[in-house]
Write a protein that binds this ligand. Structure first.
Ligand SMILES: *Cc1c(COP(=O)(O)O)cnc(C)c1O
Length: 399
């Protein structure tokens, strides 16, 4: 079956009632026939029928055997980190999601888990940094927000040769465009808050694996730590996934049009979008992603200052100034002041996130309207900067 069919038909009709939309089983507990004898559900932290539909769905869409739904992407990440023990090390991509950086460096460092970073776009860096202590290689591809691409299949081979597992945060592409488990990864993670749910109305996280033993350990952690997704939020996420393939196509088309426009814009220095032939890892992206390059585009300004970028993000109208991505509505964000604020400035710049880097999440509006919105904002920026310049000069004259 093709992905778009699967995304709809892997959501089963309710066996009990024939309901075509998954019922929301808003219950904490379940009646038992005899102590310990029940229909597969005893307590909703352990298992819930609505959540189970979502968990089976993500497993199927990622080509895995087991799925898990959590209260947020970070709760999914937290559960996966708990597979590690004190003394273990993680080797991660150097422009990792800010929240993942924070949980490793400010929480799990206190529990004896060490993380090191390298530019995983070059396999040599991965191989050179693998030691017997490295239990996870942890990548995002494309990364957030500079959209670097790492070769999943190549890294999986290197990780496995070292006895390490490969964890892929697949938030930026969604399973509609990329399936890391099929490329050799061991664990795939999603912030379902983004493309999967898709409407900026829920915080949710998912994980999928294709190994029964790993699944059993994750299930144990999910039940023991309790960071589960509620029945209602599970339902919202299922509902989102049903339209994922249509949405991701439009997100990708819009992002490509916007990226092509930005390449021609006078104010713009660099444009980062894996769908552009000019992107450093365009070929790797085209090899491992199918049917599009996602909705996120980043760019830097020739005026490479926090001030200019900060002003620009306040001058668009359709692109709303907000954190997050992957929703139907277009968003604009300034990582240095927002999503990546928890990363020290020098580390941030080292990872290629310069002061003026702006991240766009292209929604599913008409691309001409989105491009026009950016053009108008650049015009407003010129006007404001020219006025400030004139004001400063007139002050100098008065002095
Ligand atoms: C948003 C995001 C997360 C965290 O997910 P939440 O649902 O916000 O907890 C993790 N990884 C990536 C790549 C993200 O964009």
């Amino acid at each position: 079956m093709h992905f778009e069919t699967q995304a709809i038909h892997a959501v089963p009709v309710d066996k009990l009632t024939g309901a075509v939309s998954t019922p929301i089983y808003q219950t904490s507990t379940f009646e038992q026939q005899a102590p310990g004898v029940h229909k597969g559900f005893d307590y909703s932290r352990t298992n819930n029928p609505t959540r189970k539909v979502l968990e089976d769905l993500i497993a199927e869409l990622e080509g895995g055997t087991h799925g898990f739904a959590f209260a947020s992407g970070l709760a999914a990440i937290d559960a996966v980190i708990k597979l590690l023990s004190a003394g273990d090390e993680v080797l991660a991509v150097d422009d990792i999601y800010g929240g993942t950086f924070r949980i490793y460096s400010h929480i799990y460092s206190r529990f004896g888990i060490n993380i090191r970073y390298t530019d995983t776009t070059d396999i040599i860096n991965v191989v050179d940094n693998l030691t017997s202590k490295v239990k996870f290689v942890w990548i995002e591809t494309p990364t957030n927000p500079t959209l670097k691409i790492s070769d999943i299949a190549e890294i999986a081979k290197a990780a496995h040769a070292n006895g390490s597992l490969l964890v892929v945060d697949n938030t930026f592409t969604s399973p509609a465009l990329q399936n890391p488990l099929k490329l050799g990864a061991d664990i795939v993670i999603h912030s379902a808050t983004k493309y999967l749910a898709g409407h900026s109305d829920v915080i949710a996280g998912l994980a999928a694996v294709n190994d029964a033993e790993l699944a059993e350990r994750l299930k144990f952690i999910q039940n023991s730590s309790g960071g589960i997704l509620s029945p209602f939020d599970s339902w919202l996420t299922i509902r989102g996934i049903e339209t994922l393939s249509l949405r991701i196509q439009k997100h990708s088309e819009n992002a490509l049009s916007v990226a092509r426009y930005l390449e021609t814009a006078r104010h713009v220095d660099k444009v980062f979008y894996p769908g552009l032939a000019s992107h450093k890892n365009h070929e790797a992206a085209a090899r491992q992603q199918n049917g599009g390059f996602g909705g996120v585009v980043s760019f830097t300004l020739k005026n490479d200052t926090v001030e200019a970028a900060s002003k620009f993000t306040q001058l668009t109208e359709l692109f709303k100034l907000a954190e997050s991505l992957g929703g139907v509505k277009s968003l604009i964000c300034h990582p240095a002041q927002m999503t990546h604020k928890s990363i020290p400035a020098d580390k941030r710049r080292e990872a290629g996130i310069s002061d003026s880097l702006i991240r766009l999440s292209c929604g599913i509006e008409n691309s001409d309207d989105l491009i026009n919105d950016l053009k108008l904002a650049f015009g407003r920026l010129d006007f404001i900067l020219a006025n400030e310049f004139a004001a400063n000069n007139s002050k100098a004259v008065v002095k």
